[in-house]
Design a protein around this ligand. Structure first.
Ligand SMILES: Cc1cc2nc3c(=O)[nH]c(=O)nc-3n(C[C@H](O)[C@H](O)[C@H](O)COP(=O)(O)OP(=O)(O)OC[C@H]3O[C@@H](n4cnc5c(N)ncnc54)[C@H](O)[C@@H]3O)c2cc1C
Length: 380
């Protein structure tokens, strides 16, 4: 049990683990503190690496970070797989976003125009061309957008690989929840856990996802602005010999958004709702029904699949839905949270940038727009 480290990482989701691993690779002694349940958003996530298909109006700075994250993913995966001795199911399969009918097609035409205006690599396909790529799509699908550079990773294998890589780089773990940050003369000097363990750290990083604001001793504007955004998500299983899809398919169905991420062996991850419901993680029959009904409109064969899991995860959302990465106003205290619906995609870029800050104190231009201090004037 380490009583002192260079870095204490509060939270062992994808952000905490990736950052801990990268910091340890640079020679820092790192301790990750996490209760060790699978309640985090990372365990629920689908693993879409889709900055192009998911681009949203007004989020251009986030798009730049997301595109850079996608560009770095292959080398990150190669290094991680070598360090962990295991694979993470990274697939360069592309993403096809289809419409269910003419009205939904109009929505996608508008989205396509936006993507083209941003210079993104997308191609508009008619219904027949969509079905040539994905023959199991419903005959009524009138068209869609192909984003060949949007990929996917198997999130749970990614987490396992990060745990292994971190352990082999010397990262220590404490299976407990952090109660609060210890502060001396205005500086963060470590944490104390609910089990009463005190761990001293030269720097403390808050990476506890949507629970970051619940940790005591933290200046309110450093973290209390993070909120949970509920996502209900399903896991289906079909035949490994005859998978329904070969690439990720997103669909707009009567104005609602649904996606299906194929794992290549007949499994499909189907998601996801986006709800402002506090810390509620109830799985509701209505949400399961909506997701499956919407999916079946564009992919009728999904009705035959086995429903193996339904769960809700809580995305960490910030006031502008962009991440908060970097030092806070309190010396020794850093934050890495607020990754909302893109944390799996943004983990490598966050980890590398934060490892830079932890080792050199320098905040790179890439993450500068995401400083926690941008909310300094906001009510806590
Ligand atoms: C349904 C759903 C689908 C998603 N799909 C995608 C996707 O396809 N692509 C994508 O890029 N992103 C996706 N996301 C978003 C992504 O999952 C999150 O942005 C990302 O997982 C956030 O990682 P995190 O490490 O910050 O938080 P989390 O994964 O939530 O981890 C936080 C960790 O902190 C720990 N913790 C909590 N309290 C304490 C405490 N007091 N002390 C110590 N530890 C504590 C928790 O146990 C947890 O392990 C999805 C999210 C959801 C919910």
């Amino acid at each position: 049990m380490p009583s002192s480290s260079d870095v204490v990482m509060v939270g062992g989701g994808v952000i905490g683990l990736a950052t801990a691993w990268r910091a340890a690779e640079r020679g820092l002694r790192v301790t990750v503190v996490d209760p060790g349940s699978d309640e985090g958003a990372s365990w629920a996530a689908a693993g879409m690496l889709a900055p192009i298909s998911e681009v949203t109006y007004g989020e251009e700075p986030l798009l730049r970070l997301s595109l850079e994250a996608a560009r770095r993913y292959p080398s990150f995966v190669a290094e991680l797989e070598a360090a962990a001795g295991t694979t993470v199911g990274y697939r360069r399969c592309g993403t096809l976003t289809v419409a269910a009918d003419g009205r939904d097609r109009a929505h996608l035409v508008e989205r396509h125009r936006h993507q083209v205006g941003l210079g993104l690599a997308v191609e508009w396909l008619g219904g027949r061309a969509c079905r040539e790529l994905e023959p199991m799509l419903a005959p009524g699908v009138p068209g869609g957008i192909l984003a060949p550079d949007d990929h996917q990773v198997e999130t749970r294998r990614l987490l396992e690989a990060l745990r292994r890589a971190a352990a082999s780089a010397g990262v220590a773990t404490v299976a407990d929840a952090v109660e609060g940050v210890r502060v001396e003369s205005g500086r963060a000097v470590g944490v104390v856990t609910r089990g009463g363990i005190a761990i001293t750290g030269g720097q403390v990083v808050l990476a506890a996802g949507c629970w970051t604001g619940r940790i005591a001793g933290v200046p309110p504007r450093a973290s209390a602005l993070v909120r949970p955004v509920k996502g209900q998500i399903l896991r289906l299983r079909g035949s490994a010999g005859a998978p329904l899809l070969s690439r990720t398919v997103c669909a707009v169905v009567a104005g609602r958004f649904v996606y299906a991420v194929p794992r290549g062996d007949g499994r499909l991850v189907v998601g996801a709702t986006s709800e402002e419901r506090g810390y509620d993680t109830t799985v509701e029959a209505g949400a399961v029904l909506d997701l499956l009904q919407d999916l079946a409109v564009v992919l009728p064969g999904a009705r035959e699949l086995e429903l193996v899991e339904a769960r809700a995860g809580l995305r960490p959302g910030s006031p502008d839905n962009a991440p908060m990465i970097g030092p806070t106003a309190m010396p020794g205290l850093l934050v890495a949270t607020g990754h909302h619906r893109n944390g799996i995609l943004l983990a490598p870029v966050t980890a590398d940038a934060l490892a830079d800050v932890l080792t050199t104190g320098v905040v790179s231009t890439l993450i500068a727009p995401f400083r926690p201090a941008r909310f300094a004037g906001a009510p806590a």
